[in-house]
Structures are given as C-alpha cells and as structure tokens.
Ligand binder design. Structure first.
Ligand SMILES: NC(=O)C1=CN([C@@H]2O[C@H](COP(=O)(O)OP(=O)(O)OC[C@H]3O[C@@H](n4cnc5c(N)ncnc54)[C@H](OP(=O)(O)O)[C@@H]3O)[C@@H](O)[C@H]2O)C=CC1
Ligand SMILES: C[C@H]1O[C@H](OP(=O)(O)OP(=O)(O)OC[C@H]2O[C@@H](n3cnc4c(=O)[nH]c(N)nc43)[C@H](O)[C@@H]2O)[C@@H](O)[C@@H](O)C1=O
Length: 327
C-alpha cells in the first residue's frame, strides 16, 4: 500500500467514539451485525438498525436519505453479500456487484450526510493468495488473488480505497478492519452457502443424529485457516472505533491457525460423532493458508478471549437451541 498521505485527517481533533453514542449498524441481522448490536448496546450506546425489507443498502438515494434523517454519530458497515467458498465461486456477479453497490451507497451516503465516523469491514481474502504468513496489512495489492473469491475480494479492496480516499480528500475519520474467518451465534448454517465451521457443525450433528458411518467434507483438508469468535470481533471493532484513526486497514484475528482436517477433528469431538471423515477432493481447497499478522491490533491493547474449542461448543449449543426453536 502507498504510505499515508498527510492531509486534513491528521490535523483536526478526531471525533472518536464517545460514551452514549448513536451508532447505525448496517447488516444488524447478520453474524457480525448481531454481535455488534449486542456489544454496543451492552456498552450503553444507542443502536440504530434498518432491515433489508425497509432499506435496501444497494440503493444510494434512500440510503443517503436515511443517513441524513437519522444522523448517527457513527456507522458500522457490516452489511454485505457474504458466503463460503462455494457461494463465492458460483455467484461472483452478486459478490462483486452487491458489495460494490452497498459500499458506494453507505460510505458515500455517510459522507454526504455529514457523518464523521465510519468503520468498514473487509475480509482477510483481500490479500494475495501467496502472501507471506502471517499476513501484514502491507501485503495488500502485492500479488494475484485467490480465484475462488476474487470478485468478492476486489469489491472489498475497492471499499478500503474508498475509505482511504474520503480520509485523504475530505479528512473523514473513516477506518477499515480486515477480519479473519469468523464464526458464532447467528452464523449461516446452509450447507451450500455457508463457511466451513457452521457447515462442519451441521454435517457432524446430522450424521450423529442419523447414525451415519461417515461424513464427507470438501477439499483435501490441508488448507490452513484462522478462526475468530464473532464476540471477539465485535469487541475488536469497538476498540477500533474508540481508539484507531489511521489510513491503513487493521487486521482482526487471533494469531493462530490450524488445518481444516484439525478443525474437523475438533468439531467431530464437540458434536460427539464417532464415524469416519471422507475428503471430497473434487471440491475446491481455496487459498492454502490465511493467517493474519495482528500486531497492529495487539498494539492497540486488544486480545481475543474465546478459545476455539470453547467457541465451537458455544456455537453448537446456540445452533441446537435456535434449531429447536424453529423446529
Ligand atoms: N463471516 C465471516 O467469516 C467474515 C465476514 N466478514 C465481513 O463481515 C461483514 C458481515 O459479515 P457476516 O455478518 O458474516 O454476513 P451475514 O451474511 O451474516 O450478514 C450480512 C448482513 O448484511 C445484510 N445485507 C446484505 N445485503 C443487504 C442489502 N442489499 N441491504 C440491506 N442489508 C443487506 C443482510 O441482511 P439480511 O439479514 O436481510 O440478509 C445481513 O444482515 C461483511 O462485510 C463480511 O465481508 C469478514 C471476514 C469473515
Ligand atoms: C471468510 C472467507 O471465506 C471464504 O474463504 P474460505 O476460507 O476458503 O471459505 P470456507 O469457509 O467456505 O472454506 C474453508 C475451507 O474449508 C473447506 N471445507 C471443507 N468442508 C467444507 C464444507 O462443508 N463447507 C465449506 N464452506 N467449506 C468446507 C473448504 O474446501 C476450504 O478449504 C471466502 O470465500 C471469503 O468469503 C472469505 O473472506
């Protein structure tokens, strides 16, 4: 990335998050948005929300009108077209266009409405497929992307540059965070479109329930991934809103990764499934490794609290409860 250009963003006193702020969480029904709502409300902030049925955030004019009318102190952009490896590779048009449109509408709308603080959520897939590990923020735009999620990654990169451009041109106090793979209550458990962790919980649970002898998982099991519980992500976002005002994005992860095979063994144990695991190598592996360098976040005093195994057990318990509720 190019170095930060000194400009108005470095000169004025920063309007960072104050106690009792009014914060618009875009995407409040999602995995991340719902965790942010819980966390911000618990911290005493007033949270504004709009469902997609009331406001389609791809539509610029109504989005700007809503932001002008409601004038929150801050916006957190957690609304996006999101999915796992299969959804990304089969629907690149929606992953590119929906995300570009949402980002254009919300970030430009926030600026037009005079909103002074905004946090944009990108993703660790913005980094090159063969980036050095752990991946520093400076690896952005240094090499080719992973093909299975290139469209999504390019939309997210455009979001980062949009945020940086509002900082540089207008002195806006807008920032970007790049979370690693997330999981937790409120995740998507649809087997075609979900990320790996909820898919594994569901596959092992259903195999145990049905007395199946084996569970088939995608790929070779050898890719490495880093997983962060969404409540830790929400805490990191609050920390960034309170204390970070830089031009560069900030990686948000736990600093440790494991193979998908090791993850599968852990989820298998948590769910109590006793059969075999079969790997379907006709399915894509995706990027070989994606471990974030979290030293910038650590220097802000943030440490995640939820160990992976506990987080998986809590998510499994949540899903069983939510599942029972909806029948
Ligand atoms: N999940 C993960 O592992 C990771 C996620 N992230 C990032 O975190 C952010 C949130 O992701 P996550 O919570 O997992 O995603 P979810 O799919 O769980 O939630 C996305 C939310 O965005 C809303 N939304 C989508 N399109 C529109 C639209 N056109 N208008 C209004 N609302 C819309 C959805 O509304 P509705 O409920 O109506 O569908 C939903 O509430 C995204 O930016 C994502 O890139 C980054 C790294 C990893
Ligand atoms: C967060 C991140 O998420 C996406 O990237 P990803 O990490 O590659 O996605 P994933 O969670 O779907 O898979 C991780 C690994 O797990 C393997 N795997 C095994 N069995 C299942 C399975 O049953 N389902 C899924 N989904 N994967 C499986 C799968 O083959 C892969 O090797 C990006 O598209 C992008 O959107 C992004 O930013």
């Amino acid at each position: 990335m190019t170095p930060a250009i000194p400009g108005p963003s470095q000169e004025s006193v920063r309007p960072l998050l104050r106690p009792g702020s009014r914060i618009f969480v875009a995407g409040h029904r999602g995995l991340v948005g719902s965790a942010l709502v819980r966390r911000l409300a618990a911290d005493g902030h007033e949270v504004l929300t709009r469902g997609r049925d009331e406001l389609d955030l791809r539509d610029a004019a109504p989005t700007e009108a809503f932001l002008r009318e409601s004038r929150p102190d801050a916006v957190v952009l957690a609304a996006a077209k999101v999915g796992g490896i299969m959804a990304n590779s089969t629907h690149p048009v929606q992953f590119l266009e929906d995300n570009l449109r949402i980002q254009l509408a919300v970030i430009a709308g926030a600026h037009a409405a005079g909103i002074r603080r905004l946090l944009f959520l990108g993703s660790s897939c913005i980094y090159p497929k063969h980036a050095p590990q752990p991946i520093p923020e400076s690896a952005l735009l240094t090499g080719p992307l992973e093909p299975t999620n290139e469209a999504y990654a390019l939309a997210k990169i455009a979001g980062i540059v949009q945020v940086q451009s509002y900082r540089r041109q207008h002195g806006a106090s807008y920032i970007s965070a790049m979370p690693t793979n997330l999981y937790g209550p409120g995740d998507n458990f649809d087997l075609e479109t979900s990320h790996v962790l909820p898919a594994l919980i569901r596959r092992f649970h259903e195999a145990k329930r049905d007395g199946a002898g084996e569970v088939t998982l995608w790929g070779s099991g050898s890719p490495r991934r880093e997983f962060l519980h969404v409540d830790d992500l929400a805490a990191a976002c609050v920390r960034l809103l309170e204390s970070y005002d830089g031009d560069e994005p900030v990686n948000v992860g736990c600093g440790e990764d494991l193979t998908i095979r090791e993850l599968a063994e852990t989820v298998k144990e948590v769910t109590g499934f006793r059969g075999a695991i079969v790997w379907d190598t006709s399915k894509p592996d995706g990027t070989p490794r994606k471990l974030l360098d979290v030293s910038r976040l650590s220097s802000l005093g943030f440490t995640p609290r939820i160990p992976l195994r506990d987080g998986i057990a809590r998510t499994y318990a949540w899903w069983l409860g939510a599942h029972a509720t909806v029948g």
